[in-house]
Design a protein around this ligand. Structure first.
Ligand code: PHE
Length: 356
């Protein structure tokens, strides 16, 4: 086939095909790709134009003009189609549903600390405000710090496997050498061994006992406080605790001191506050399963630090006196937030926690 015939055939094909190729293209990239097959660097029309020097002189001008016209025609068709595509897109946007940028967005719900953590910080703050230092103790401690130095006799029931979680020991070490502390009174011993009076310290954290029923959890939270100096008396104990409980539960809440026994205090006592679930002291006697209709909740143990504890930590019991108290933070949280079931505090159900 002659070059002229080849050229004519190429022009004819391109001219008859390109519109169908454009018709098939639905979007801009497809349109541009179709266009490239004709007028791109290796497109059909471009190739024909490159072939021009091989055409016989007499026909070169005429064929060249036809090729250039076709090229221009294709390019203006492309421009027209791009314009109508953009127009159609804009029309679709304008007639579609409106986007209202002033509508409120989806809020991010902020979390908050667990009620026990909040109560813990609140109480530590309160005592810090009274001049107490804040101390920490380990959850695994020595038998000595949890029992012996506090004056527990070796056969005290609390030291029993039934009541306390002991850690596993290597062979040759007493199977009761270390344990999960059963109370935060360990921090009294640790701080007194480390420091000299005058001392006023509070500490809060988890404690562990082999209790597990509806009202007892094997892990719970306590807060311990103590003060040692010359001349510290039971009046100081009563004053500090009464002030603290009124700050926490309100000026009118009844506070009741009862004698009780703990090996590391003498005299020892327990403190009850008016049940804030039934508030019977202002609303009259009522059915209440939290205080079991007594109107009071036991909230802490306390007493004057026993001289034997001072001896064990190297303080002169003739010179120094002190008081100590320990309370369950879950009790405080229940009364503070009006929670009638202790288990709710340990269930970690966000539907419950989000309400506090
Ligand atoms: N450690 C005692 C308990 O766990 C509480 C207590 C602390 C009592 C300090 C007296 C003094 O029950």
């Amino acid at each position: 086939m002659s070059v002229v015939a080849q050229f004519e055939e190429g022009l004819g094909h391109a001219a008859s095909e390109y519109k169908a190729a454009f018709d098939a293209a639905r979007d801009e990239p497809a349109l541009r790709a179709a266009n490239a097959r004709y007028t791109g660097p290796s497109g059909i029309v471009t190739k024909l134009l490159k072939l021009m020097p091989e055409l016989p002189k007499e026909q070169r001008r005429e064929l060249g003009q036809r090729a250039n016209r076709l090229k221009e025609e294709i390019e203006s068709e492309l421009a027209a189609r791009l314009a109508s595509l953009a127009h159609a897109q804009r029309a679709a946007e304008l007639s579609g549903p409106a986007l209202d940028v002033t509508l409120p967005g989806y809020g991010v719900r902020a979390g908050h600390a667990h009620p026990l953590t909040r109560v813990k910080h609140e109480l530590l703050d309160l005592f810090a405000g009274l001049g107490f230092d804040i101390a920490e103790g380990p959850e695994v401690d020595l038998h000595e710090n949890n029992f012996d130095r506090l004056g527990f006799p070796p056969d005290h029931p609390a030291t029993d496997m039934q009541d306390t979680f002991f850690m596993q020991q290597p062979p040759g070490v007493s199977p009761r050498a270390t344990l999960l502390r059963t109370h935060t009174s360990t921090v009294q011993v640790r701080e007194m061994l480390r420091r000299k009076p005058p001392l006023a310290v509070v500490s809060a954290g988890a404690v562990f006992r082999r209790d597990d029923d509806v009202t007892h959890s094997p892990m719970f939270m306590q807060l311990e406080g103590f003060m040692v100096d010359e001349g510290v008396s039971f009046a100081h104990l009563k004053g500090v605790l009464t002030h603290f409980l009124r700050r926490l539960f309100g000026q009118n809440v009844p506070v009741r001191f009862r004698p009780s026994y703990f090996p590391f205090v003498e005299p020892g006592g327990e403190v009850d506050v008016g049940c804030t679930i039934c508030r019977s002291w202002e609303l009259g006697p009522r059915e209440c399963r939290v205080c079991k209709n007594t109107g009071f909740m036991e909230i802490l143990g306390c007493g004057m630090i026993h001289p034997v504890v001072f001896e064990h930590v190297g303080y002169d019991p003739e010179r120094f006196t002190g008081f100590a108290f320990g309370m369950g933070l879950d009790r405080v949280a229940m009364l503070r937030y009006g929670i009638a079931e202790v288990g709710l505090l340990y269930g970690n159900d966000v539907r419950f926690l989000a309400q506090l």
